[in-house]
Ligand binder design. Sequence first.
Ligand code: FE2
Length: 194
Amino acid sequence: MIEQEIFSTFILEDNLNLNIEEMNKFAYKLKNEDKGTKMASSSQGGFHSDELNLEEPVLQPLIKAITEISLIYFKKLNIKEAHGLSINNMWFIINKENSYNKPHTHPFSFLSGAFYSKAAAKSGDIVFMNPNPKLEAYWHDGAYAGWNKYQSDINTRQSLANKIILFPSWLEHYVTPNQNEEDRIVWSFNLQLT
Ligand SMILES: [Fe+2]
């Protein structure tokens, strides 16, 4: 008997060791200068920055880490050597208590990611939704003794300070409400196939 996994979704997580105090200081500085975006945002109640200048010195350690980790993804997807991945854009969101993010994808990008410079237990987790739209209509809740990757409709990843997550841009996700008095700060980014 041969068991086959015929389709699969792959995400990457890593714990970095970046200077998150410096990043948080930078984020609050822009917030206090009211450098927020007027663009549509998934954030409900949070502060969404404008697109950041990728030349900004404070962002360089994160950009270096993203470049390194995206290579692993690149290999996993068996992308032709002639291609590369480059960072398209980056922004941050400060979710204060009770703020959350509605379900969304990151259109026109290849990979997307999140890095948390300020997060703790219950400050809002990222929840990935099963990309199979037929699952809910055919395989009903209640039949399972426990959830696994074949039948669960969501997968929750805890947001913790200094953690990075990389995922396919088409994978729908949302963020649960921040149940802490402390803010949650995430740096989001998109990567383009070049
Ligand atoms: Fe997102």
